[in-house]
Ligand binder design. Sequence first.
Ligand SMILES: [Ca+2]
Ligand SMILES: [Ca+2]
Ligand SMILES: [Ca+2]
Ligand SMILES: [Zn+2]
Length: 349
Amino acid sequence: MTLLLARRILELFYDKNDDGMFVPGDGDCVMNENSGWGNIRVSPLLTVWRRLHVEYDSMGAVKDNTVVAEVQEIVVLEDEEEIVVKLHPGEHLPLEEDRFAGGYLLDNSGARFEILGNTDRQVRLKKSGDSVPQVGTVRLRDDDVLTDGQDVPDLTPTARDGLKEAMAEACVEVLFDIGGHQGNVKFKGNLDLSTEKKSEEEQQFLLDHWNSKDKNRENYWVIYILVGFQGTRREDCDPNTEPCTLGRYFAPGGGAYVFYETTRDLAQKYNLCAEKVERLSLVHEVGHLVTRSESDDITIWDVKTKDPDHPGYRVINEDFYALDFRYTPECLRLIRTATKPWGPEVGNP
Ligand SMILES: [Ca+2]
Ligand SMILES: [Ca+2]
Ligand SMILES: [Ca+2]
Ligand SMILES: [Zn+2]
C-alpha cells in the first residue's frame, strides 16, 4: 500500500494500483478523518504548531532627501558631452561619491539636468543641447522613487501574503494582528551603524516603536517589522553600482527593517516587480528573527541566475522569484524547532 503525500502537506491519498498517481475512480481514494481505504482513517494533519504575531509600522514623510548647494563655477567641456558644475564648500558636505549618478540637478529656474556623477565639490551633468544651469542655488536629487514630503508606504499585501505562504511550509500561521499600527514613525534616510554606540541607538529606535515586545514568549511568538527607507549609506543602491541591502534584522534585541526605497531601486535597476522584491526582503528578515540564525541559509537562492558581476545580488529575473521567497530546507528545520523570535528577554507571565 502506497500513500501519496501531495499538494505539500495538505492532503493524503491511497494509491490502490501503485502507479504513483492519484486517479479518482481507479480505486484510489482521499485519506482523511471521514473517508479512506476500508476502515482506515487518518487523523487531522498538523497544519499549525505556532502562530507568529507580527507588529508592523512604517516611516512617515521623507525629509532631507534633496541636497542644496551653491554653484561656484560652471565649465562646459566642448569636446565631451559633459558640463561640470563646481560647488562652493558648504553645509552639503560631505557628499558620497557618485550618489547622484542617475539622478538630476535642478537650477534656480527649475531647469533639470541629468547627473552623470559627483564628488564632494563638483557634479558632472549630461550635456543636452545648449542649455547650461544658472549660477546660484542648485538642488541635487539621486534616483530615489520617493521625494521629500511623500509618505513611506506600508507593507504591501503581496509581501504579507508571501510571508504567510513561506511560513505555512513550517506549519506556522502568520497574523498581522498585534501592537497597533503606526504609519508615521520618524523618518530616517539612512541607518547609521558606523560605531557600536550608533548601532545600539538604531536597535533602540526599533524597540521604542515595538509596542508588543513584552508579549514574545515560547508559546506566543511576536516580531516587529518597520518599513524604513534605506540601510547605511554604503549599501543603499545610490549609486546603482553599490550593494543594495533590502532589509536588516537586529539581534539579539529583535525587530527588522524592510527598506522601501532600496527594494524599489533594485526593482528599477533589474526591471523587476517591486512588490515581489519587498516580499523577498520581508520573508528573509523574518526568517532570521524567528530562527535566531545569523547564517545566510535562510531563503532559497537560484545560483544559476545570480549575476556574476554583482556577487551578493539576490534578485535577477522572474524565475528566481518563484523559488526565492521560500525558506531553505535548513531554515524550515530551524523554524520547526525554534524557541521564540529575537527580542528583549521578558519574565514569565
Ligand atoms: Ca507611513
Ligand atoms: Ca550610497
Ligand atoms: Ca540608486
Ligand atoms: Zn540575511
